[in-house]
Design a protein around this ligand. Structure first.
Ligand code: SF4
Length: 459
């Protein structure tokens, strides 16, 4: 295919045939516009949902605008995180240094908003001019009495994964600073869930029904105080492992907190997440596995009949998936199977070799697996496989619509809960709506070939 640069050929593979190999976790290729965000953006998405912290982007205004309210992560209380503050560096600051502007901005914003902590994000230009963020942070922290934490996230330092690591290092400076005397023994921290559309509240409620308390929801509806006592919890449960696995590993090494990877998307993975937690606590509470099973059974009794309805129209259709973390892609492959659909193209911005091998294992032969794709490649794969729906994020939506293909936002901009058992129904409904929309009958690709759906939805 002529849309693939020679240097990128190793990052695209097809399943089936000989042993599966793919190159990944490389810096993006200069000249190929990447779907992947920069280091700064990676750190910002992870830290941003800490709702009572000040998030100050030290750099030109564009970096802050590019990531403003990027996740839409909901908070049950303060909403300071939804404001986007920037030092708006100009030519004069680049020549003479941006530290005075940074210090003045920090002092003014802390006095105005009274945050519990402040994060200063370093951007490309700050890395070039060499402002000493640590020194500024120390001075302001000493005078204001709150933690002020630099995030070493210069956009050019690596790829988006390096941003996750920078965010985890910043969070680790808060962990261990709080009092854990009131943290109960059956407690866990939720990592890597961004509380889009309030999903953390759904998951929290499942854990409550099982008898487990949540100490900290670190990357969704997060609070500085919760983070400071997160080391008191008995377990770290990590979703979207790319974003927060480093924090889990650091906490395990320093505080001995064990961790497990989970996904809250789809039937099997949601159920398995609850079973794994129950299994972890069964020595302390032998009744917990039974409660987890009851919970799953109750939820599935309402879920399955509804899914069958959607499946009648969706059976045999094809999907393409391109998401940030590969772990989400695993769940999506399974979700589509429940709808009778096949994933023909699947990729991620930050997957590891192990992640891609797992994707190859669970997808059908001749599925295209791609790391760090660009719009040209994705367009070519969608056309080649003639998919009916594309699941991605904000940067993938226009690709789908320009090609006359249905789209489901599984990332930053969505407003509907897709996690948990209730989320599976929402997902099925959204896929059904977009795949069976009569609008595709007017596109050159499908002109005149669409059948009316069997299932009529209430309007
Ligand atoms: S690549 Fe650099 S300049 Fe661009 S948004 Fe990221 S930090 Fe800002």
């Amino acid at each position: 295919m002529d849309s693939i640069f020679e240097e990128r050929e190793g990052q695209i593979a097809r399943t089936g045939g000989d042993a599966f190999t793919i190159a990944c976790n490389k810096d993006s290729l200069a000249g190929a516009v990447s779907q992947r965000a920069c280091v700064f953006c990676g750190s910002r998405v992870v830290l941003y949902p800490i709702a009572d912290a000040l998030h100050l982007v030290h750099g030109p205004i564009g970096c802050a605008a590019y990531t403003w309210d990027i996740r839409g992560a909901l908070s049950s209380g303060p909403e300071l995180h939804r404001l986007s503050f920037s030092t708006d560096l100009q030519e004069k600051d680049v020549v003479f240094g941006g530290e005075p502007k940074l210090e003045a901005a920090l002092r003014e914003l802390i006095a105005e908003h009274g945050p519990r902590a402040a994060f200063i994000y370093s951007t490309c230009i700050v890395g070039i001019i060499g402002d000493d963020l640590e020194a500024v942070a120390r001075r302001v922290s000493r005078d204001t009495g709150i933690p002020v934490i630099p995030v070493q996230s210069e956009g050019f330092r690596g790829n988006k994964r390096a941003g996750y690591e920078a965010a985890c290092k910043a969070m680790m400076r808060l962990v261990g600073t709080g009092d854990t005397s009131e943290v109960p023994p059956l407690s866990l921290n939720i990592l890597g869930d961004f509380n889009l559309a309030g999903e953390i509240w759904i998951i929290r409620e499942y854990y409550r029904r099982m008898g487990v308390e949540v100490t900290a929801t670190i990357t969704g509806d997060g609070r500085v105080d919760e983070l400071s006592r997160a080391h008191g919890a008995a377990l770290n449960v990590v979703q979207c492992s790319g974003a927060t696995m480093d924090l889990a590993a650091m906490m395990e090494e320093k505080y001995g907190t064990p961790h497990m990877r989970v996904s809250y998307f789809g039937i099997e993975d949601m159920a398995q997440a609850l079973y794994d937690v129950a299994d972890h606590f069964k020595d302390r509470d032998p009744e917990m596995p039974g409660r987890a099973r009851d919970l799953v059974r109750e939820e599935l009794e309402t879920l399955y009949p509804q899914l069958q309805e959607f499946r009648r129209d969706l059976e045999g259709k094809k999907a393409a998936v391109y998401v940030g973390g590969a772990f989400k892609a695993f769940s999506l492959v399974k979700c589509f199977r429940h709808l009778g659909m096949k994933v023909a193209v699947v990729g991620s911005q930050t997957g590891t070799e192990e992640d891609y091998r797992e994707l190859a294992r669970i997808t059908d032969p001749d599925t295209i697996v791609v790391d760090d794709a660009n719009p040209l490649e994705l367009s070519a794969f969608i056309k080649e496989k003639d998919v009916d729906v594309f699941v991605g994020g904000v940067k993938e939506r226009p690709i789908a619509y320009k090609l006359g293909v249905g789209f489901c936002d599984h990332n930053h901009e969505r407003k509907e809960a897709l996690e948990g058992f209730a989320g599976m129904i929402n997902f099925a409904r959204e896929i059904h709506r977009t795949v069976t929309s009569p609008v595709w009958g007017f596109t050159p690709r499908r002109r005149g070939s669409l059948k009316a759906p069997a299932m009529k939805e209430a309007s």
